[in-house]
Design a protein around this ligand. Structure first.
Ligand SMILES: [Fe+2]
Ligand SMILES: [Fe+2]
Length: 281
């Protein structure tokens, strides 16, 4: 039995064992998904600006934590991007990212103040949902890939994402705003999950996988690229990753992570994902 290594917070690009790379073990569909994930992660500085606006006047500690979080997310993008560049030398992270930036800026990053979720607590619940998703996604990627370098990178990122969840979970409970009603928390969580279907990942998948010179021949089609982006995502998950994801979300909305609601949610989500994976294939 092999014991998974423990990756502590604060790793750098130099800590990664790049020489482990084995080109024979690269899986093309996973490579496409990683290119897209790299762009989304690399876009973290925008979220830092937005989150700092949400926490305006909250003191230097939370600002420092948000900045550290943003640096870690951007490094996820850099690490995944470098892995993709090694696996496919025609891929260039900076070039693909520049195209992604040009075509994708969600409105709430550039205008307004406060949280689009209505409160800081709502914002933290939405962040926890995202970190639950990324933590289980990279765990699934680590477990699904046979390429040793990718397994290491995904393992490091998954550990970071879990720490991010804890950061936002603790921040949620430190807010002196009144607690939100249960239904309202569920609503924020479900809304955030539904947004995962939005343009961000689909467009990242497009910019990462369709070279600039083919843009005219293969214009962006949201439904198509959203389906392509989902295809790999759906197939790498195992049942235990989904259960873990649902448990983390249950905990943040104040439900019992091991109760009937979480169990039913896990079973439902698993069935939905299998159906989506089948239709996307
Ligand atoms: Fe990340
Ligand atoms: Fe994260």
């Amino acid at each position: 039995m092999t014991v998974a290594p423990v990756y502590k917070q604060g790793w750098t690009m130099d800590d990664i064992h790049w020489s482990l790379f084995d080109p024979a073990k690269v899986e093309p569909a996973l490579l496409s998904a990683i290119k897209a994930a790299a762009l989304v992660e690399y876009n973290a500085p925008d979220y830092v600006t937005y989150l700092k606006r949400v926490f305006a006047g909250s003191g230097p500690d939370i600002f420092a934590a948000i900045e550290q979080w943003g640096r870690e997310e951007a490094q996820h993008g850099r690490a995944l991007g470098r892995w993709a560049e090694i696996a496919d030398p025609s891929f260039k992270l900076e070039e693909a990212f520049a195209r992604f930036r040009k075509g994708y800026t969600p409105a709430h990053f550039t205008e307004g103040d406060g949280s689009v979720r209505g409160s800081r607590r709502g914002e933290m619940i939405a962040r926890c949902v995202v970190e639950s998703g990324t933590s289980s996604y990279y765990s699934a990627m680590r477990d699904a890939s046979e390429e040793p370098l990718l397994r290491e990178i995904a393992g490091r990122i998954a550990a970071d994402e879990y720490r991010h969840y804890k950061l936002f979970y603790d921040t949620l409970h430190k807010q002196d705003e009144p607690d939100m009603p249960f239904w309202r928390k569920i609503w924020v969580a479900v809304t955030r999950v539904r947004e995962s279907d939005d343009d961000e990942l689909a467009y990242a998948y497009y910019c990462a996988n369709v070279p600039a010179e083919q843009e005219a021949a293969k214009p962006y089609d949201r439904a198509l690229y959203s389906r392509l982006a989902a295809r790999t995502g759906m197939t790498i998950y195992r049942r235990q990753h989904i259960q873990r994801l649902v448990q983390m979300v249950a905990k943040v909305v104040g439900a019992n992570p091991h109760g009937w609601l979480a169990n039913m949610g896990g079973a439902l989500l698993w069935r939905m994902m299998q159906r989506k994976a089948a239709s996307a294939a």
